[in-house]
Ligand binder design. Structure first.
Ligand code: SF4
Length: 351
């Protein structure tokens, strides 16, 4: 069976934390084993919400690429590239924006939500309203079969499918057969549309993304200042794990605890094996283990898992040139596919 072409991107908005690693990156690392994967640093998307502050973008791109490679994305298996190095994304974005009704963008739930919630940034720009069209161009230019998404991102993907349908209806359906890709779908979802156009409607690769809490128990996030970063120095990393919030009702060592309300226990469930997790669950409830010991055990497990990442990170940080060479080679490969699609798009539009 032909491999599925999978595409996904991440905004370079700062150093990656363990929440990013557990949430998205590990899924990508798995996907690259069986699929033809394209993963890109979405630097233009980062500008859509932070246009007034671009001074750190280059450094953020570098750090993100180092994190990706250190964690296990393999350029021999995946095409890793930088969005702004494949300018075809921008041209397709422009062309698709001509056919996308504004009402489709205004009903985007993320648009409304972020407008209401993010008060410290100016989101009343054309770029922010239109970012789902750029996202559609990112996907459609590679004729991706599948995009790994969480449930909350499904409306975006549906918009991409609608834009592809609209394009094909306007310009491509009259062509016999079409020039696009047609693949067997091994993910259990069959495309509901008999496709014969130029742009491929991507399917959702629904991913249950585990949410990792930050050191204070809230969702791990750079903006909450509670994140444990992959690139944290060892002593900082150790301190953060030792200070993870535990069951607040367990004041004395002799108090019985409740692991269900403990942040450290969430980490145990990720980093310790099932037997250890059950043992800690029992011991905590019977006050047979203290929180200091419990977190020490957790720290040992976490360090064992992350040590190879730290080592690879150190090696890559000392050779940033090599990191950018990998991204450049990926960008060239991506550009080849993107320019072919763009050629077809222009031909279909007779421009
Ligand atoms: S013993 Fe472990 S699981 Fe129980 S409250 Fe303390 S840190 Fe959390």
């Amino acid at each position: 069976m032909q491999k599925l072409r999978v595409l996904s991107g991440m905004q370079p908005s700062g150093r990656m934390h363990l929440g990013n690693l557990i949430g998205a990156l590990q899924n990508w690392i798995k996907l690259q084993e069986e699929n033809e994967c394209f993963f890109f640093v979405a630097d233009w998307h980062a500008i859509s919400t932070s246009y007034e502050n671009t001074k750190d973008i280059k450094e953020n791109i570098k750090q993100m690429l180092i994190d990706w490679l250190a964690c296990g994305l393999d350029p021999a298996k995946s095409t890793l590239f930088i969005q702004s190095h494949v300018e075809e994304h921008a041209i397709l974005h422009l062309l698709l924006s001509m056919i996308t009704p504004v009402s489709w963008l205004e009903r985007n739930p993320t648009y409304k939500e972020q407008q209401e919630q993010i008060k410290n940034r100016d989101l009343s720009t054309y770029g922010f309203l239109g970012y789902p069209v750029l996202q559609s161009a990112d996907i459609l230019i590679y004729k991706a079969d599948a995009v790994p998404v969480g449930v909350d991102q499904l409306p975006h993907l549906e918009l991409t499918r609608e834009i592809a349908r609209r394009f094909n209806y306007l310009y491509a359906n009259k062509r016999s057969g079409g020039a696009g890709r047609s693949r067997a779908w091994s993910g259990g979802i069959e495309s509901s549309v008999a496709w014969s156009g130029i742009l491929t409607e991507p399917n959702a690769l629904l991913t249950e993304i585990p949410k990792l809490p930050g050191t204070d128990g809230r969702k791990m996030s750079k903006s909450y200042n509670n994140a444990i970063y992959i690139s944290d120095p060892v002593d900082v990393f150790e301190n953060k794990v030792k200070n993870l919030i535990t069951d607040p009702a367990r004041v004395r060592r002799t108090d019985k605890g409740n692991p269900d309300v403990c942040t450290a226990f969430v980490f145990h469930k990720i980093y310790s094996n099932a037997d250890d997790v059950s043992q800690i669950d029992r011991d905590c409830r019977m006050a047979a283990i203290g929180c200091t010991d419990c977190k020490k055990r957790l720290l040992d497990k976490m360090k064992t898992t992350i040590k190879p990442v730290w080592e690879k990170r150190k090696e890559l940080s000392a050779n940033a040139k090599r990191v950018f060479e990998i991204a450049e080679a990926g960008s060239m490969k991506a550009k080849e596919i993107a320019s072919n699609t763009l050629k077809e798009v222009k031909e279909a539009m007779r421009i």
